[in-house]
Design a protein around this ligand. Structure first.
Ligand code: FE
Ligand code: FE
Ligand code: ZN
Length: 261
């Protein structure tokens, strides 16, 4: 993964910890991990972002699904300790009709069961578009999760541009205002990573369909402002756009051409 990232001009990458639609996991390969750490040091990879599987829903109404989520999160965290200092992003979950209060309570239970004092991984809550019963559709909901977790001061946030716009935060016309609101509610220092995606849908659509950079409702001018913003420009950016490898290489090139050094 690291070699592929470097081959397309990246200095970081996001990866699924296991099958994104299931749960099966590959055995850890100690030699591969050592090679990765070595390669990263030589090629300027300072941070990587792990993404939990989509099937992880810690606030499901189904106890079996919750149990799966709790186990996967614990297992992912223990595996990530082999690459110290990683970021681990997850979708807070969908409360499936139980209500947002219950959802948040269950998500906090999962995090309280999985986080521990000496862990080196930083867990990130992803900002969600608010489709269906998704929790994390507002900065306030993220704040409530942080407040409900014993080691909440260690939680970060991954800011997904498509999701935030779909959720109804107008980052196109008022990026400064949205970032101020984020700072007021969550704290800007919690912002540890960005999912850089355009959106196929209009503002506040709650749809969550990613589009290629500059080809959707956010537009290329937005991305130029966003990646150069003084509060954002130092963050790691991750593309989740509908592309194959060569498409990602093109987008990285495009973004680098817009980035003011
Ligand atoms: Fe995600
Ligand atoms: Fe995302
Ligand atoms: Zn998405």
């Amino acid at each position: 993964m690291a070699k592929e990232a470097v081959s397309i001009g990246a200095n970081t990458f996001q990866f699924f910890t296991r099958n994104p639609r299931g749960g099966s996991v590959k055995q850890l390969d100690e030699k591969d991990i050592a090679a990765f750490i070595d390669f990263s040091a030589q090629n300027g990879i300072e941070v990587i972002l792990a993404h939990s599987p989509y099937t992880l829903n810690g606030c499901s109404a189904d106890e079996k699904v919750r149990e799966f989520a709790n186990n996967v999160m614990k297992d992912d965290i223990s595996r990530l300790e082999h690459t110290p200092g990683a970021l681990y992003n997850f979708h807070p979950g969908s409360h499936v009709g139980q209500g947002v209060d219950k959802g948040i309570e269950l998500i906090c239970d999962m995090l309280n069961g999985a986080m521990y004092e000496d862990m080196t991984t930083t867990i990130l809550l992803e900002t969600m578009a608010g489709k269906g019963s998704e929790v994390g559709r507002s900065f306030e909901e993220l704040r409530r999760i942080i407040d409900g977790v014993q080691l909440g001061d260690r939680l970060g946030v991954c800011f997904d541009t498509c999701h935030v716009y779909d959720a109804g935060y107008d980052i196109v016309n008022d990026l400064d205002g949205v970032l101020e609101e984020f700072d007021r509610v969550v704290g800007i220092d919690r912002l540890k990573a960005v999912h850089l995606n355009d959106s196929k849908n209009p503002f506040a659509s709650h749809k969550d369909r990613h589009e290629k950079i500059g080809k959707g409702s956010l537009g290329i001018d937005f991305f130029e402002r966003f990646i150069n913003h003084e509060k954002l420009r130092g963050l790691p950016f991750f593309l989740e756009t509908p592309n194959e490898l060569d498409g990602y290489a093109e987008e990285i090139k495009l973004l680098k051409s817009l980035y003011r050094n």
